[in-house]
Structures are given as structure tokens and as C-alpha cells.
Design a protein around this ligand. Structure first.
Ligand code: NAP
Length: 313
């Protein structure tokens, strides 16, 4: 009997054929089953494949005690109770690196869209609101020559910095240690917030980064600044951000991630100066297929007794 692998949902671009020789592949489909049905369907599985939106907690691991490997699709692991996995000696792997460039592109897209009022302009044109030419109409924020503050300077943060240099931005970053990257200055977070015209978030969601951009820290941002979040929604105090945007103290925001996806706080929906995308950071066909390959390669490696490439500590 082959060990069972259970896919919580289909992975775009997945090729399951190479796995079938080694594993009994079950699950998949466009959406995840409700918890009780999922436990029933995954019973006996050795490998569980969730995506970044599928919660893996102690209760699920207890209900599926045969699971030895959680092979997650995505780089963030905040949806997985890592302590519970460690306590049960369950291996967790993820997909770092392959989504770096796509996510950095999306952060830049949100920065430019928020600065240049792209989504707002599109809505206005479609609604027939463009009545006459006027040089003072819908002015945005210049990008070239401004300062970008990058919070969390790992793979994606540094990929954003590479792009930002091409846009003539000066780059500051806040991180727990200096990255030794030329043309980017390591500064304390509060200095970054006080000096940056644009702030882009690239930390993982951890107990330490939850609410990192608190009401107090939002108040320290420069008047007229623009916030971009492609990290995780819970890094930001939504009520404080919405108030700062509604009052005009912050010029705009570009948000790809939310605390309780797919729900988006109502306060953002009524604000024209917020560009909203539905967690599209890594959402290109190429990147999502590369993530699927990475997950399934990792499952094969581990199933053959080889060491995993991307074990989450
Ligand atoms: P990464 O290479 O691990 O970079 C994260 C960086 O954040 C690391 O350099 C880490 O530094 C730093 N960090 C951690 N805690 C910090 C803190 N308290 N203060 C300052 N810096 C801190 O990860 P990545 O591949 O760039 O991905 C970053 C995050 O982006 C993921 O965890 C995920 O949540 C999010 N993401 C979103 C999308 C999307 O679709 N929107 C796609 C991909 C990723 P240390 O070395 O000190 O830990």
C-alpha cells in the first residue's frame, strides 16, 4: 500500500502524475472541504498539502495523527501552528524563493497605482466622470527622488529594493540585522517611518510582527505618505490606517492582504485612495505553477527518504 498524500485543494499548474508511482494521491478540487469532511477525506494520510489560506492547527493534527509531512504551498507559514507540528514531530516545508520576483512586482504595481491614482482614475473614466481636460485634475504623488522604506529586508524586500532603484528611489530598510546591501540604509523602524514617502511591508506574520504597524507607528508616518502591504493583513492596525487615509493624513495605500481573507474591512471599501487586490502577490501563472512544482518535488523527495530542501525550522 502506498502512503497517502492529501491535497487540500488543487494547485494551479500541478502535475500529479510523477507522484502517483510513489503515493496514493487524494483530495484536490477547487475548494477545501469543511473541516469535518476534510478530516474524513484525509484520514490515514501521511502527507498533507495545504495552501497559504488553509489553516493547519493542533486540532487538525490530532484528528489526522498519521500526518508526518505538511507540504505547504506558499512561503508564509502563519496559517500553520508550527509549535503543534514540532511537538508532534511533523515536518513542515514551504516554497521560498520562487515567488519572490512576482510578489516584488506586485508591491511595485501597488506603489505606482496608489501614487498615480490608477485604480481611482479607471473607476472615474468608466463612470463617465472625465468631463473636461484640466491640468489640476487628479494629481498624484511623484515617485522619482522620493524615499522608500522597506520593512523586513529578506528575499521579497530586497527584490523590491532592486526595482525601486530603477525608479530613482532612495531606500531605507528596517530589519533585525543589517543585510549589507549597497545603496540601502539600515535604520530603526521609527526613523524609517518618519523619513519615508513610501513604506512597503515585507515581514512574515509572527507574534512579533502582528500589529507591527500599530496606531502609534502609523501616526509617526510622514504626512502624505503611502503604505503598501503585500506581507500579511495582521501586520497593520486596520482601523488606524483607515482613519489616517480617510482624514488625508496618509495620501494612499495599496493593500493585497487582509486579516481575515477573503473579507476586506468595510472601512477600506469606501475610500478612493486605497488600491485593493485579492492576495495576488504571487499570482502569476508562471509563479503559481513553479510553487506547485516545488511543493510536489519536496513531497517526492521526502517520500523517497531524501532530506527536504525547504524545511521550516
Ligand atoms: P524572508 O526572505 O524570510 O524575509 C522576511 C524578512 O523579514 C527577513 O529578512 C526577516 O529577518 C525579517 N523579519 C522578521 N521579523 C522581523 C521583525 N520583527 N522586524 C523586522 N524584520 C523582520 O521572506 P520573504 O520570502 O521575503 O516573504 C516575506 C513575507 O511575504 C512572507 O512571510 C509572506 O507572509 C509574504 N508574502 C506574501 C505574498 C502575497 O501573495 N501577497 C507572496 C509571498 C510572500 P530575520 O532574518 O531577522 O528573521
Amino acid at each position: 500500500m502506498k502512503p497517502i498524500m492529501y491535497l487540500v485543494r488543487d494547485l494551479p499548474g500541478q502535475d500529479l502524475e510523477p507522484l502517483r508511482a510513489v503515493l496514493d494521491v487524494r483530495g484536490g478540487g477547487p475548494t477545501a472541504l469543511p473541516r469535518e469532511q476534510l478530516v474524513e477525506a484525509a484520514r490515514g494520510a501521511t502527507v498533507l498539502v495545504p495552501t497559504y489560506i488553509d489553516r493547519v492547527d493542533a486540532a487538525l493534527l490530532d484528528a489526522l495523527p498519521t500526518v508526518r509531512h505538511v507540504a505547504s504551498y506558499g512561503v508564509g507559514v502563519n496559517h500553520i501552528e508550527l509549535d503543534a507540528c514540532r511537538a508532534r514531530r511533523v515536518l513542515v516545508t514551504n516554497t521560498p524563493g520562487v515567488l519572490t520576483e512576482a510578489t516584488a512586482d506586485h508591491a511595485m504595481a501597488l506603489l505606482l497605482a496608489a501614487a498615480r491614482r490608477v485604480a481611482e482614475g479607471d473607476r472615474l473614466v468608466r463612470a463617465g466622470g472625465w468631463k473636461a481636460q484640466d491640468p489640476a485634475f487628479m494629481l498624484g504623488t511623484e515617485v522619482t527622488g522620493k524615499t522608500l522604506g522597506i520593512v523586513g529586508f529578506g528575499r521579497i524586500g530586497q527584490a523590491v529594493a532592486r526595482r525601486a532603484r530603477g525608479f530613482g528611489l532612495r531606500i531605507l530598510y528596517a530589519a533585525r540585522r543589517a543585510a549589507g546591501v549597497a545603496e540601502a540604509s539600515h535604520v530603526p523602524l521609527d526613523v524609517l517611518l518618519a523619513e519615508s514617502d513610501f513604506v512597503s511591508l515585507h515581514v512574515p506574520l509572527t507574534p512579533e510582527t502582528e500589529n507591527l504597524l500599530s496606531r502609534e507607528r502609523i501616526a509617526r508616518m510622514r504626512p502624505g505618505a503611502i503604505l503598501v502591504n503585500t506581507a500579511r493583513g495582521s501586520v497593520v492596525d486596520d482601523a488606524a490606517l483607515a482613519e489616517a487615509l480617510a482624514s488625508g493624513r496618509l495620501a494612499a495605500a495599496g493593500l493585497d492582504v487582509f486579516r481575515d481573507e477573503p473579507r476586506v474591512p468595510a472601512a477600506y471599501l469606501g475610500l478612493d485612495n486605497v488600491v485593493l487586490t485579492p492576495h495576488l502577490g504571487s499570482g502569476t501563472r508562471e509563479t503559481r505553477a513553479a510553487m506547485a512544482r516545488m511543493v510536489l518535488d519536496e513531497v517526492l523527495r521526502v517520500a523517497r527518504g531524501e532530506p527536504p530542501r525547504n524545511a521550516v525550522p
